[in-house]
Write a protein of this length. Structure first.
Length: 715
């Protein structure tokens, strides 16, 4: 420097020497030092795992590698997933609530709703599904944009737009061994294909990718293991026996042992990934995220700690483990009670990569980062989460829809620390008899973690507040509701003491107890092939074309107190017992015919009726008043294709052939006030409004139905 002729020249020479030295130093740095500016991120998704199934939560399950990550990170005790895998995986990929995408059900149920409403006669038809596409924002693309090498390994089940196995897609430089695409998605063990267990194969692919990846860039890899999804098997029988030895009390316990063995083995695979990253010298610069896609099947494990199962809006279907581990986490070894939804891992991953609480997110993102929680900073984050599950669970057995889950939407609040409460509201979309459009359940998850006590009636203000949250979510964007199933509307109709109108299918299997409500008020109804007719308390007459949901009632001129719909004609009587008929489609006018009846019924070939003295009459169709008296006394009757049924003033039940042949009425066991003949069942209500049905040919084996009605009619 002393030989420089001027200060400026000396300074320039000095700076040039410094820059040259820095460039040389950077060139000579190992690749591990280059990538240290940004942490590597490994996201591991496990299948069908409930919150209580990690070793750090249990004396039964053993997950030593996951436990070690938990000790070196943070456990989120209030993490939630969606009830099925595809919605959760769509949320993880896009950072959006899957209801906004339309991805509210398992991928392979897209083409055929579950259940098929025409087969199972459930009161709601499920919405059409849609899933994330490659044109949507993805976590792979976002990470790639900020300089990461990216890979996706394992189970896909996100959509039908299949990335090429071994190629690239959705922002991932490499997609490998995609379960659900390359091989049968429902296989854990690959007998006959390879001696390698599926989850071991996934790990092999991860390690190979890490070996071949560019060491000059940080890496982001998403590993979606198939365990512990069924069918269940272990790679080493000793790992099953290990948990059987802990005690088998029943069939559920054996399921637990199998799941515990599978979980122990997938934990070993996670250990292999950890060991590989340690060998690379990258462990201290890697953040691990361990998460579950939904809760466990109740058929697979004895859920003593939660209510519900996979597919359910109760905690057994949605409360999952979440661990974030690594030096990104300050004050490691903590637990957090912050509410976390699947879509939040999108923003959180970007926060970890950029070390920012507010990373740049794609438009329409629903993701909220938990970076401040990782940094142990004070501050509330997500206030609530919405889980939209407009589907039935898969519980069809022998043609019937058995138990399981019905469509609903849940809103879950964060823990309110000053009151130590966490409220959860469930809206059930199935309408109930006596209700309009569903019911609500409210639980305090702090004082009632098993969700035993619905306290909605005790906390109307909380219900109102959470209903507002649901409405805001519904109004904010795409939100596919289940719709009324037109296949069931009008087969059987009835009215209660409040003149409210309800319907139910009369034929085929039916697993739901719900009677969907039809808008309107009538005191008497009748169901035909194409129309429902009825009269109100003022004897005004109304008609509604099927499927009638209450928004299509047409007022028909005239006054009747009772009527019945046939195939071509409708017959009715007024308050003076005069008898009228007109075409069933409502065309033309009313034609009065000879006779006096208080009650009338139309069959395939005959019209039957009773008068004010309970005398019985029949008339051959087309009936214009040529009545023939039939022996006996009845106060009400109904005629079907082959039989006519009736009840007397004492509630005794009788039947005989529809043409009136035979000399006597056959008495049937039971007591009813009103009876109607359907295609598959005889239906009736008794004096205390209880509803019964009996399978054709009915000899008195009555089955009690849910609900209360004063009058009922079957097509």
């Amino acid at each position: 420097m002393r030989n420089c002729n001027a200060k400026l020249k000396c300074l320039s020479t000095y700076l040039a020497l410094v820059i040259k030295a820095l460039i040389t130093a950077v060139i000579m740095l190992p690749s591990s030092a280059l990538s240290a500016s940004k942490p590597n991120i490994v996201t591991i998704i496990l299948d069908d795992v409930s919150d209580y199934q990690f070793g750090y939560q249990s004396d039964y399950y053993e997950t030593p590698n996951i436990d070690e990550l938990a000790e070196n990170g943070i456990i989120f005790e209030k993490a939630l997933a969606y009830p099925k895998c595809s919605p959760t995986r769509n949320a993880l990929l896009t950072g959006r609530n899957p209801a906004r995408i339309g991805a509210t059900q398992v991928l392979n149920h897209t083409q055929k709703p579950n259940p098929d409403p025409e087969k199972h006669y459930v009161p709601l038809a499920e919405p059409i599904l849609s899933f994330a596409s490659e044109s949507d924002a993805s976590i792979g693309a976002s990470m790639k944009e900020i300089g990461y090498k990216t890979a996706y390994v394992g189970k896909w089940h996100i959509n039908f737009e299949k990335p090429t196995d071994g190629g690239s897609g959705y922002g991932f430089d490499k997609v490998l061994n995609l379960a659900g695409i390359k091989r049968d998605p429902d296989k854990n063990c690959l007998e006959g294909e390879t001696d390698v267990h599926r989850n071991e194969e996934f790990t092999d692919d991860v390690i190979s990718w890490l070996d071949s990846s560019d060491g000059n860039a940080p890496f982001f890899v998403n590993i979606a293991y198939h365990a512990i999804h069924g069918p269940h098997c272990v790679d080493d029988e000793a790992n099953l026996q290990r948990f059987i030895n802990k005690g088998i009390q029943n069939e559920f316990s054996r399921h637990n042992a199998m799941q515990a063995g599978m979980l122990f083995e997938v934990d070993e695979q996670i250990g292999r990934v950890i060991q590989k990253i340690k060998e690379m010298g990258q462990y201290d610069n890697t953040t691990f995220i361990i998460y579950g896609d939904n809760g466990a099947w109740i058929a697979d494990a004895e859920l003593r700690f939660v209510r519900g199962e996979k597919g359910s809006l109760y905690q057994g279907g949605i409360h999952v483990p979440l661990v974030i581990s690594g030096k990104t986490v300050k004050d490691r070894g903590r637990r957090a009670t912050n509410l976390v939804m699947p879509e939040d891992l999108f923003a959180t991953t970007l926060s970890i990569a950029t070390k920012s609480a507010n990373p740049q997110l794609p438009a329409e993102s629903d993701s909220e980062s938990v970076w401040r929680v990782l940094q142990n900073e004070v501050g509330q984050l997500r206030s609530h989460g919405v889980i939209h599950q407009p589907h039935y669970s898969k519980r069809a057995q022998n043609g019937r829809w058995k138990g399981g889950v019905t469509p609903g939407t849940a809103v879950i609040n964060r823990v309110v620390k000053n009151s130590n409460k966490q409220w959860k509201l469930i809206r059930n979309w199935e309408p109930e008899l006596g209700g309009t459009g569903g019911t609500y359940e409210l639980y305090d998850l702090i004082s009632d973690p098993l969700e035993k006590y619905n306290v909605a009636s005790r906390h109307p203000n909380v219900v109102s507040q959470l209903k507002t949250k649901l409405q805001e979510f519904e109004n904010a964007g795409k939100f596919n509701k289940p719709s009324q199933n037109s296949a069931i509307y009008g087969d059987v109709v009835g009215v209660n003491d409040a003149d409210s109108i309800y319907t139910k299918p009369q034929h085929g299997p039916y697993g739901s107890k719900a009677w969907p409500r039809i808008s309107g008020k009538l005191k008497h109804v009748s169901s035909g092939k194409d129309f429902i007719w009825g009269v109100n308390s003022n004897d005004n007459i109304f008609m509604c074309a099927k499927p009638c949901k209450g928004d299509g009632w047409v007022k028909i001129p005239g006054k009747l107190m009772q009527l019945d719909v046939g195939e071509e004609r409708i017959y009715g009587v007024n308050s003076n017992n005069n008898i009228y008929w007109r075409p069933v489609d409502g065309s033309g006018g009313w034609t009065q015919i000879t006779g006096q009846l208080k009650h009338v019924s139309v069959g395939t070939d005959w019209v039957w009726g009773v008068n004010s003295n309970d005398n019985i009459y029949q008339c051959k169709l087309p009936c214009n008043g040529s009545w023939t008296q039939v022996s006996g006394k009845l106060s009400q009757l109904d005629v079907g294709k082959t039989e006519v049924w009736g009840v007397n003033k004492d509630g005794n039940i009788y039947k005989r052939p529809a043409d009136g042949s035979g000399s006597n009425w056959q008495q049937i066991k039971g007591l009813l006030k009103h009876v109607t003949v359907g295609k598959d069942y005889i239906w009736g209500v008794n004096s205390v409004r209880k509803i019964f049905k009996c399978v054709h040919p009915c000899e008195g084996s009555w089955m009690l139905e849910s609900g209360n009605l004063k009058q009922i009619d079957a097509e």
